[in-house]
Write a protein that binds this ligand. Structure first.
Ligand code: MSP
Length: 536
């Protein structure tokens, strides 16, 4: 990949038939935190999310409601946009696959692949369920005794003409790419999964759906053959390219990271790169495939009706004074406790409270109160003179280095990069405990030393707030302002690149330091909250 300052990160585009829940919000918040971090680093970031609208289910759901598929899609796409705006996501665009800018590009890509012979008209034979108008895999058909799993009617063996993508032709090239680019699929265990399946061999895959059936009026028409429509998955994958395939945005291709979950890994790790090879496009850097959120120990599912949905998320995100934890604390929980690795993660109120209290209320919140209060008390709210001889200086440098190395998500253990700022604020607390400036201040002769200690504390907090801004832009912006600094703008840009901003000594003597209200008030065990009932 060419050396470039651009950084392009994407999320899956979500089905409009679903309403947004914590899983969708998670992938988008993870991508958001990375996008913000990279903007803070001074990179030319493009962050994309959006909705996948041509699924066949959309037609039926719209019909049930007596509206058109597009009206149904409009309604639900707006829900996703609302959810992501509410969570402070800083995407640069929101792509909807029904938009002309996308459909026209997709037809162009397919035309190119038809011309090159990578897409061809072939025959498909499979078990067809006439009562449900769908094909079943051999395994499912066999499991159900060659009867419809839904209606029990006989399945029929049917042959259909279909367009196929010559996936098999790319097997060796993809294997070669995976071997020379170990970062292509992350985390490692997912990469091994893909490699294992890949070695079993690749078959050509259908990329169209024939006329007839619910979707005959919905979906992108196959170029040159209006009796077929482009299969929704093929249409959807192209969003990553179509959105930036314009004169102004071409510099963003290839994407550095596609954030997805394990459910859609095969499409992203195998089909997508092979289609890009067929088009002669460069391949993206990494498909980062996280695991799943479960809830209070149980899988989230429609039948259990236990999705952590938007109203519940909103309850968690209410301000503290209204019984919630605030948006920033919610983001923090997602980012640090989420299934970024290969094991599923549990969303549980009790755990949320524990993490909120230890990392935020007793962690950075408490350290900030102590330092700003002491500067108010002993120095009338003016930052004492700069001081370099502190263990905190080295600690800050190590935390910055770790965040810089890991927050781009391509490396192992990104969570330890995200947590670097909290670790630094914990070091501030320990430093206060070991140096006891509040005791020293009892003797006016010690005020020089007290000033040195408090300068180091405030400076370390400033650096911690910069490091934590991509994860918690709201409250960390407030903390920076209390320390007399500028917060990042809405998208996470600072006036200077992060590494420069985080250099020790940025805090100037004489800067006004405000004490203000607790950033994260402590959560008492007996506090009444609307989430308690929602969680059960
Ligand atoms: N439309 C396709 C994706 C096309 S991308 C070119 C799709 N949509 S989806 O609405 O089902 O979203 C799937 C994605 O939502 C997952 O890959 C993941 O990013 C997120 N999540 C959905 N449920 C989730 C959890 N329970 N936990 C974590 N994230 C999950 O598939």
């Amino acid at each position: 990949m060419a050396e470039t300052n651009s950084f392009y990160i994407t999320t899956p585009i979500y089905y409009v038939n679903d309403r947004p829940h914590v899983g969708h919000c998670y992938s988008t918040v993870v991508a958001d935190a990375v996008a913000r971090f990279m903007r803070a680093m001074g990179r030319d970031v493009f962050f994309l999310t959006g909705t996948d609208e041509h699924a066949e289910k959309v037609v039926a759901s719209a019909a049930e409601r007596g509206i058109t598929p597009l009206e149904w899609a409009d309604r639900n796409a707006a829900e996703f946009e609302k959810a992501f705006a509410f969570l402070g996501c800083s995407h640069d665009d929101f792509i909807r696959t029904t938009q002309d800018r996308h459909t026209e590009k997709v037809r162009g890509y397919i035309e190119r692949m038809l011309e090159s012979g990578d897409i061809f008209l072939g025959e498909y034979e499979g078990w067809y369920d006439p009562s449900q108008e769908e094909y079943l895999t051999e395994t499912t058909a066999r499991e159900h005794g060659y009867k419809s799993p839904v209606t029990g009617r006989e399945l029929v063996k049917r042959t259909e003409k279909n367009y196929f993508f010559r996936l098999s032709a790319y097997q060796d090239r993809l294997l070669g790419h995976m071997e020379s680019h170990p970062e292509w699929v992350q985390p490692e265990s997912r990469r091994n999964e893909v490699l294992g399946r890949l070695r079993e061999g690749l078959q050509d895959v259908p990329v169209s759906r024939g006329a007839g059936g619910a979707a005959s009026s919905w979906g992108i028409l196959m170029p040159g053959d209006e009796s077929h429509r482009v299969y929704v998955w093929i249409d959807a994958l192209f969003n990553y390219l179509s959105t930036v395939d314009t004169a102004e945005r071409r510099r963003y291709w290839p994407a550095q990271v596609h954030v997805i979950a394990k459910d859609i890994l095969w499409f992203h790790a195998v089909i997508w790169p092979c289609m890009l090879m067929a088009l002669g496009e460069e391949l993206p850097g990494t498909v980062y495939s996280h695991a799943f959120w479960i809830r209070e120990g149980r899988k989230m599912s429609k039948s259990l009706g236990n999705f952590l949905d938007l109203p519940t998320i909103e309850a968690y995100c209410r301000p503290f004074s209204e019984g919630g934890f605030g948006v920033d604390a919610f983001r923090w929980y997602l980012l640090t406790q989420g299934p970024l690795g290969s094991t599923d993660a549990d969303f549980a109120l009790e755990k949320f409270i524990e993490v909120y209290n230890s990392d935020l209320a007793n962690g950075i919140g408490n350290a900030s109160s102590r330092v700003t209060n002491m500067i108010a008390k002993y120095f009338e709210g003016e930052c004492p003179a700069k001081h370099d001889e502190s263990v905190l200086k080295e600690k800050a440098a190590a935390c910055v280095a770790r965040a810089v190395e890991r927050c781009g998500l391509m490396h192992s253990d990104p969570v330890s990069g995200i947590r670097a700022g909290v670790e630094l604020s914990n070091a501030v607390d320990e430093f206060i405990a070991s140096t006891a400036p509040f005791k020293l201040a009892k003797d006016p002769a010690n005020m020089g030393r007290v000033g040195e200690i408090l300068y180091a504390c405030a400076e370390a907090l400033r650096i911690a707030a910069v490091l934590l801004s991509p994860s918690m832009p709201g409250v960390m912006g407030d903390l920076l302002e209390r320390l007399g600094q500028e917060r990042a703008d809405e998208k996470g840009w600072f006036a200077a690149p992060l590494e420069e901003l985080c250099r020790w000594g940025g805090l100037k003597a004489g800067t006004r330091i405000e004490k203000g209200q607790a950033l994260f008030p402590r959560w008492d065990a007996d506090r009444v909250t609307p989430m308690a009932s929602a969680a059960s």
